[in-house]
Design a protein around this ligand. Sequence first.
Ligand SMILES: *[C@@H]1O[C@H](CO)[C@@H](O)[C@H](O)[C@H]1NC(C)=O
Ligand SMILES: *[C@@H]1O[C@H](CO)[C@@H](O)[C@H](O)[C@H]1NC(C)=O
Ligand SMILES: *[C@@H]1O[C@H](CO)[C@@H](O)[C@H](O)[C@H]1NC(C)=O
Ligand SMILES: *[C@@H]1O[C@H](CO)[C@@H](O)[C@H](O)[C@H]1NC(C)=O
Ligand SMILES: *[C@@H]1O[C@H](CO)[C@@H](O)[C@H](O)[C@H]1NC(C)=O
Ligand SMILES: *[C@@H]1O[C@H](CO)[C@@H](O)[C@H](O)[C@H]1NC(C)=O
Length: 579
Amino acid sequence: MSDRKSTLGFASWLLLFIAISPLILASAVSDGAAAKKRFMREEVRKMFYHAYDNYMIHAFPHDELKPLTKSFTDSLSELGNLKLEHLPQNYNGSALTLIESLSSLVVLGNITEFERAVLWLSENLTFNVDARINLFECNIRVLGGLVSAHILATDSTHRLSQSSYKNQLLVLAEDLGRRFLPAFDTPSGLPYAWINLKYGVMENETTETSTSGCGSLILEMGALSRLTGDSRFEAAALRALRKLWSMRSPLNLLGTTLDVVTGEWMEYSSGIGAGVDSFYEYLMKAYILFGRDEYWDMFQSSYIAVQKYFRHGPWYHEADMRTGKATYWQLTSLQAFWPGLQVLLGDVAAANSSHREFFHVWEKFGVIPERYLLDRDMLHPTEKYYPLRPELAESTLYLYQATKDPWYLEVGESIVNSLNRYTKVEGGFASIKDVTSMKLEDHQHSFFLAEMCKYLYLLFDDSFLVGQNYVFTTEGHLLPVKRAWHERLPEAYIPSNWTSVMSAKYQAKHASAMSLQVCPSATSRTGVAPHAVESACHVLDLLSNHRCMADEECGIDSTTCRQRTCSMAGYCGLWLFVA
Ligand SMILES: *[C@@H]1O[C@H](CO)[C@@H](O)[C@H](O)[C@H]1NC(C)=O
Ligand SMILES: *[C@@H]1O[C@H](CO)[C@@H](O)[C@H](O)[C@H]1NC(C)=O
Ligand SMILES: *[C@@H]1O[C@H](CO)[C@@H](O)[C@H](O)[C@H]1NC(C)=O
Ligand SMILES: *[C@@H]1O[C@H](CO)[C@@H](O)[C@H](O)[C@H]1NC(C)=O
Ligand SMILES: *[C@@H]1O[C@H](CO)[C@@H](O)[C@H](O)[C@H]1NC(C)=O
Ligand SMILES: *[C@@H]1O[C@H](CO)[C@@H](O)[C@H](O)[C@H]1NC(C)=O
């Protein structure tokens, strides 16, 4: 008995060991992976503080740090101002980099520093300055930074001592928002690109602006209206967006630059990069944040047009909005945000393939050059710089969140290593002037703190995102997705107040994108069940509001031609940061 018992005992131990040894191995591996993620998170934290502390020591309260000379630049009025015109004589900065750091400080859990910053800003920041600023840049960096930080500050989960916080940031944001409004006072409702914060639109101001400049205001100005109850901000941004959309070509394409007085296009060629990028991004994100089908409808039509006219395999070139004919075969570093947007949409496979190509370019040069000529497979002769742009890190975060494929962590690690190797100097992080020589430039852009450090940190530690859905503005500031914001429709929304921009053709919501031939159709397979179709694709979801109970109610992914899945939030392929 005892022998048998012991034999049995041994056998069961053996069995148990065999059964659990993969678990032991797996948990050792995952412990190693977890330790690696913690290590990388700390590396990113060090990067943030190296950039932040140097800014605070050498540049604050000026706008940005010059890391090589350990000095500062009052750059708010230089942003987007390529010819450096109308620079103010008597302007000492608006603590731009501090404002841009606020939401990152909360993500990194530094509440004491955040509170110190809020206190300083509330006592010392004024927008009553004689400075001509770019509306788009000031909106995404300053208004977005303030609005996002205000929401994070008032969210009880972030352990802020509520007593010390009394809406100071919202007061500043509202003041800034009011200073934006005169820019929208044009015959078309499209805003001037430039406005003087103290005096409004200047005499003889240029009437030229970009698609991004008119179409990427709705998140920040919409949030400001929801927070203050003053509907003018959201109404102005929405009116501009609708006007812009009404200017699309019959191919559903937009140009890059336009005139705000005549409402006519100036540059007919466009793509998904500079001058246009955040227009697409904001349509999608406005739909997520505010839940209006109008945004989705605009987004979907323009997304299909992008896939149809700009896409070439994993790459995106530019095309003429009137003809759809390819114009420039160039990769620009800003395009690297697109895969992140595709992840939000649910087209993960398409995102993955483009992201891989961008990362190959990163690996080839060590960082990503501003412009690369795809047709000649060479660097653009003048745009060889890398100004610390975060778009590849951004897409990497989205793809990792969607797939949990550890390969994206390796991409993140490679980005961190390159930044430390090539751009870190004693006084901060410097831009690269030329990726062939890695010669540096004396500028640490504020988005390095707002975006790069935040995206990389969240890649290695996403605990901040657990339990709350957020959208990131194009500057990386977080806005929570709140049910309340989906329901309150200000009176300003009533479309009859404005010229209707909806054409009859466009109302045909249920046209199958298969007939629109987003993807190159391989062979005619008419009549075959959708899941068997290999290359024609992009079947719309069953319900026009993209709600679903099961995968079967969702359409077909545009690149893989696979069924889009029903997310936990009950949306087709609409991937959000879900806990
Ligand atoms: C900016 O700083 C200079 C030098 O300290 C000072 O003379 C000037 O008044 C300041 N300008 C403003 C608008 O505060
Ligand atoms: C917060 O930031 C300040 C300034 O860089 C730093 O001195 C402090 O140690 C940070 N606190 C935490 C908890 O990281
Ligand atoms: C506002 O700025 C002044 C001058 O730099 C400074 O003395 C004061 O402490 C600042 N306020 C806060 C709350 O930091
Ligand atoms: C604006 O343009 C008009 C006509 O060209 C000119 O006379 C005037 O001086 C300009 N004003 C400014 C402030 O440049
Ligand atoms: C991404 O692409 C790689 C290489 O083609 C592939 O191995 C991987 O499965 C893809 N991942 C997803 C989520 O599509
Ligand atoms: C709608 O139009 C009316 C009449 O033009 C105007 O008085 C009102 O302010 C408009 N409402 C909004 C929210 O723009």
